[in-house]
Design a protein around this ligand. Structure first.
Ligand SMILES: Cc1cc2nc3c(=O)[nH]c(=O)nc-3n(C[C@H](O)[C@H](O)[C@H](O)COP(=O)(O)OP(=O)(O)OC[C@H]3O[C@@H](n4cnc5c(N)ncnc54)[C@H](O)[C@@H]3O)c2cc1C
Ligand code: FES
Length: 348
């Protein structure tokens, strides 16, 4: 039996799809050329969490981390698991532009590999100058580890629309991509990547932003901030309302060596007057002025009594710690977007 599902996106666009009872809503959407933001596809990460306004369904299998019982009772669903039993109306927390299948596989060449610190590398890939690498600032690409059939997810740190894309990478000892970049990479070598992926991208700025970065989780924020600068250059004065909203970044790392990109952040504070940042180091032996985790440096001014959009990116425990902190403090931001840099085994 087939049901009609209305997918309502956050930019007020609605797409109707036909969904059989034995396929998940995410699979049905995919058949119709719509890619609901997914990560695990397994009911484990919560990336696809949406809200079902009408209709009956089987919620499928998932873990509490992805969807709590309370959320399920309220009507939240995981499209990667849910199967419709009647026609349904589902609110998807992403823009229709981000969900249109327009992914591509690109072949480029390694344009640069640099060591930003003992623990961190940067690299960039250039494609043919006639091609513009298209993504929403904050999204990621899957990059094939040259000479293998494996790929790794990396957030773009540069802004979209150029024929060159940059990345910021933690140098993981014995890591496949890390070892390639550290030991074997040669500028000019061919590199294949595909994308864009992910639901972590800069939404329309309608209120103050609080960005929380853990380690190389700084990468998508650099992309977002660089694109704000690019927009500003393109549109001159731009939208005055956007300029009135403060943008604060708290960038936390484990050791002093992990702090990178500070020159770029300083430049961004000059280019974007509404932007400011602080850094903190968890290592108790560090001489850094701010110690501890990002949550220890969130001030009430950063939270605007909840009228704030919070973006968090970093290792899964850091994202979890921010969530717990917000719930312990009873802070309910208007929007909470996150990206977990979960280590991959093999992503093909
Ligand atoms: C959506 C998404 C976006 C990501 N974006 C970025 C990014 O912009 N920058 C970035 O640095 N990483 C990012 N990651 C993580 C990245 O995809 C890789 O997992 C990471 O770079 C390790 O890859 P590797 O091939 O070097 O190591 P692997 O060969 O995958 O791992 C080797 C060993 O190291 C362990 N390991 C892997 N990562 C870590 C770690 N961080 N700390 C300690 N041990 C680890 C693994 O469990 C494994 O045992 C992202 C992950 C996701 C899911
Ligand atoms: S994609 Fe992970 S829970 Fe649906």
């Amino acid at each position: 039996m087939t049901h009609s599902i209305a997918l309502q996106f956050e930019d007020d666009v609605t797409h109707f799809i036909a969904c059989t009872e034995d396929e998940t809503v995410a699979d049905a959407a995919y058949r119709h050329g719509i890619s609901i933001p997914l990560d695990c596809r397994d009911g484990a990460c919560g990336t696809c969490k949406s809200f079902c306004e009408q209709g009956r369904y089987d919620g499928g299998n998932y873990i509490e981390d992805a969807l709590t019982d309370d959320e399920a009772r309220q009507g939240f669903v995981l499209p990667c698991q849910m199967r419709a039993k009647t026609d349904c109306v589902i609110r998807v927390p992403a823009s229709s532009t981000a969900c249109k299948l327009r992914r591509s596989t690109l072949r480029g060449r390694l344009a640069a590999v640099d060591r930003a610190s003992d623990t961190t590398l940067t690299f960039s890939i250039a494609v043919d100058p006639s091609i513009k690498i298209d993504f929403l600032p904050g999204q990621y690409a899957r990059i094939q580890v040259p000479g293998t059939s494996e790929s790794r997810a990396y957030s773009f740190s540069s802004s979209p629309g150029n024929h060159n894309a940059s990345f910021l990478i933690r140098d993981v000892p014995n890591g496949k991509m890390s070892t390639y970049l550290r030991q074997f990479a040669r500028v000019g070598e061919p590199v294949t990547f595909d994308g864009p992926y992910g639901a972590f991208y800069l939404r329309k700025i309608e209120r103050p932003l609080l960005m929380l970065a853990g380690g190389t989780g700084l990468a998508p924020f650099l992309s977002m901030l660089n694109s704000m600068v690019a927009e500003e250059l393109l549109h001159g004065d731009g939208d005055q309302r956007v300029k009135h909203h403060s943008i604060r970044l708290i960038y936390g790392v484990t050791r002093d060596d992990d702090l990178v990109g500070l020159e770029q952040l300083d430049r961004l504070t000059e280019q974007l007057p509404q932007f400011g940042y602080v850094t903190c180091v968890a290592d108790s032996g560090s001489a850094h002025p701010l110690k501890g985790y990002v949550t220890q440096h969130i001030t009430s001014e950063n939270l605007h009594e909840g009228d704030v959009d919070i973006y968090v990116c970093g290792p899964p425990p850091m994202v979890g710690a921010v969530r717990n902190w917000l719930s312990e403090k009873g802070v309910k931001p208007e929007n909470f977007f996150f990206e977990k840099f979960a280590p991959a085994t093999a992503m093909s």
